[in-house]
Write a protein that binds this ligand. Structure first.
Ligand SMILES: Cc1cc2nc3c(=O)[nH]c(=O)nc-3n(C[C@H](O)[C@H](O)[C@H](O)COP(=O)(O)OP(=O)(O)OC[C@H]3O[C@@H](n4cnc5c(N)ncnc54)[C@H](O)[C@@H]3O)c2cc1C
Length: 659
């Protein structure tokens, strides 16, 4: 027992660094400076021993800024002038462009590791699990800790799904020239005298002295640069513009340039740092200064979980530039060339540091190709609206359907529209429950699956049969949960109570704002409901308005639009309101969730749903058209059938979303 406890305790650390790259080194440096490591048990795990000079880190600042003072001893080169293409060099005074070799940063961290006898393991972290104490699984064993600083490389495939994603990839050569050619006080930020056919490409030159330099071919594009082709282009470029040379070393790198929202990952104990925290400025690929600022924020008052601060104005500019670079890559060259030729480099660096005023921003944009920025703005706006187009369409459609509000029945056109939607997505979205692997683990319609499905329907049927009012209330409660859960999942809000709140608000308002029609329908179901409209309507209005306000504060446009749709839906009938919401919103997003999770095509899903579609049409004809029942009976049987079949579906989807 004693040995077990001591074993567990020996695996406990105050802090674990998952990854020992630039961001971890910068954070260690800051912790050391703030004396936050002295009484801490710290572990670092990284597959690399950090013995190679694998990167060069550059940043610009004045010599008065803290970042310079903190890294002064590691800076190996500095430049006071900047050059674009082969134009006249321009001073960036009082700023300098500073250069740090990654090995010097790693060695500095190594000295801190030795100072505090921090444990370092060469291995891979495979899992980090949040909890009262964080559990870390690695190739070297399992550990627990109070804080993890996670800088593991990110999965580009995941952030590729963000709206505007491109790679900044580069291949560089460290070279020595035969003749003294370089001006060692000037670095070349961008030289566009290379092919622009496939993407925005430029050469970046850091001269170390008059004969040696790092020369990189950089690409902003959807595809990563090809090393061999890049080398060929670089050699040609160096030969053309600088003459004979020898290659000493090479460097290759890929940085994501994405409008990905890294913020959602915030946790008090598992703190993302570096690239995975969103330190890389999307439009430039620079991260060093952001990592430095982030480290300072984390250490500002003891150790605290802090997200990277994102300036929304500049994040918006970044998105516009990313749109241009990804959609119209040939525009990168003229934009950057115009930018540097029309504005002082000092102001541009200030802009890239996100420190300019709106006035200064406008003076910069005023000099650029306004047409392409307007095009990017339209594209951005359309992209923002895209997920809400269906909601907008149906808000507009309310005014077209307006005249029919007095009847609970549908016109032929409305019936046609809803039937089409029901066959296209309404029924199919509920016909793939076997693929959710919830009530049955096999992704097939098996005897066991059908039995469990039917068994879940039985109690609902009997509830309707013996206690129609209870049946109705129960049906409304689980439907509210299901609608709310599906919507919150779609709007990326993780809250069970909000799911229920929204479900109740939407169903409550939908039904009570069409009270006359609701009363007629429930009477068909054998439930007597007295016309006591005033309090319930007011109450449901309050719920809906509260939902609208929550949506507003959570900045969920789509949610706000569906609130507007419901508010206006008093102009159309209850069946049409419900049909539109159920088919064109609820079923559609449920279908999309399944598609994303099952990683299959619409066609495949539709084919798998055909038996249910055929079955549903057959039941409709045999039972409701040819059955010879009265309209009243048809409506009541339909609702009871719907509520019975919904119950297992809702259980499947609820478990599916929880997974
Ligand atoms: C070649 C190159 C040059 C750059 N130059 C500049 C520049 O000049 N200026 C600038 O501002 N920015 C620059 N950047 C961008 C940015 O500063 C760097 O990418 C920086 O290294 C990011 O720091 P990081 O800690 O997020 O990632 P890294 O420095 O890459 O560190 C991540 C660490 O996590 C480790 N790791 C990965 N998987 C695991 C795992 N499963 N378990 C444990 N550890 C793991 C890796 O081995 C690595 O050590 C450059 C980037 C590259 C690629």
């Amino acid at each position: 027992m004693i040995s077990k406890i001591s074993l567990i305790e020996s695996n406990f650390y105050d802090i674990i660094f998952s990854g020992w790259g630039a961001s971890a080194c910068i954070l260690l440096n800051e912790m050391d400076k703030q004396n936050l490591l002295s009484s801490k048990k710290v572990l670092i795990i990284d597959p690399s021993e950090k013995l190679e000079n694998d990167k060069t880190f550059c940043f610009w600042s004045t010599k008065e800024e803290d970042i310079f003072k903190d890294y002064r001893l590691l800076i190996s080169n500095q430049w006071s002038g900047i050059q674009i293409n082969n134009s006249q060099p321009e001073s960036i005074s009082p700023q300098f462009y500073f250069h740090i070799n990654s090995i010097d940063l790693y060695d500095k961290a190594r000295s801190i590791i030795e100072k505090y006898t921090i444990k370092v393991l060469v291995g891979k972290i495979t899992r980090i699990q949040n909890g009262a104490k964080v559990k870390v699984k690695s190739s070297e064993g399992s550990f627990t800790c109070s804080y993890v600083f996670d800088s593991r490389s990110i999965d580009f495939e995941k952030i590729k799904k963000s709206n505007h994603f491109i790679y900044q990839s580069f291949f560089g050569l460290k070279i020595r020239l035969k003749h003294k050619v370089f001006d060692e006080s000037v670095y070349r930020m961008m030289d566009f005298r290379v092919s622009q056919q496939v993407a925005t490409q430029f050469v970046y030159i850091l001269p170390y002295d008059s004969t040696s330099a790092l020369i990189e071919l950089t690409r902003f594009g959807k595809k990563v640069i090809h090393k061999a082709l890049a080398k060929q282009q670089l050699i040609e470029y160096i030969h053309n513009y600088f003459g004979e040379h020898e290659v000493i070393a090479d460097e290759f790198g890929v940085i994501p340039m994405a409008s990905h929202n890294f913020k959602s990952k915030k946790s008090e104990k598992v703190i993302q740092i570096g690239t995975r925290a969103g330190s890389v400025k999307p439009s430039t690929g620079y991260a060093f200064k952001n990592m430095y600022t982030h480290a300072k924020e984390i250490c500002s008052d003891g150790i605290q979980s802090k997200n990277i601060t994102i300036n929304k104005r500049f994040a918006f500019y970044d998105q516009l530039l990313l749109i241009i670079l990804s959609k119209w890559p040939q525009m990168g060259k003229p934009i950057f060339e115009r930018l540097f030729s029309k504005k002082r480099s000092f102001l541009i660096l200030k802009f890239l540091d996100e420190k300019t005023s709106i006035r200064e921003d406008l003076s910069i944009f005023g000099k650029l190709q306004i047409g392409v920025f307007l095009k990017a703005l339209c594209y951005w706006f359309f992209n923002k609206l895209k997920p809400s187009i269906v909601a907008i369409l149906f808000i507009v459609s309310i005014f077209l359907f307006e005249n029919n509000s007095s009847s609970i029945f549908l016109t032929d056109f409305q019936l046609g529209l809803l039937s089409f939607g029901l066959l296209l997505v309404g029924i199919p979205h509920g016909a793939l429950d076997h693929l959710t692997e919830t009530i049955s683990k096999k992704k097939k319609i098996t005897f066991s699956f059908i039995s469990k499905y039917l068994l879940l329907m039985v109690p609902i049927f009997f509830l309707w049969y013996y206690q129609p009012l209870l049946g109705l209330v129960f049906f409304l409660i689980y439907s509210a949960w299901h609608f709310g859960q599906t919507d919150m999942n779609y709007w990326k809000i993780k809250s069970n109570w909000l799911s229920m709140f929204w479900g109740v608000s939407l169903l409550g308002y939908m039904l009570f704002s069409h009270l006359d029609e609701f009363i007629v329908i429930v009477q068909y179901l054998g439930v007597n409901f007295s016309d006591n409209s005033f309090p319930v309507l007011i109450f449901s209005k309050i719920l809906l308005l509260s939902s609208f306000l929550i949506a507003f504060f959570k900045r969920k446009l789509n949610w706000m639009l569906w609130c507007v749709f419901l508010l206006l839906s008093t102009k159309i009938s209850l069946l049409l309101t419900f049909g539109i919401y159920f088919i064109f919103h609820h079923s559609r997003i449920g279908w999309m969730d399944l598609k994303a999770n099952l990683k299959t095509s619409h066609f495949n899903m539709f084919v798998k749903a055909i038996p249910f579609n055929v079955g549903a049409v057959a039941i409709y004809f045999l039972f409701f058209v040819k059955g010879g029942f009265s309209l009243q009976q048809n409506i009541s049987y339909f609702f009871i059938f719907l509520s019975c079949i919904s119950f297992p579906h809702i259980i499947c989807m609820s478990l599916f979303y929880k997974k």
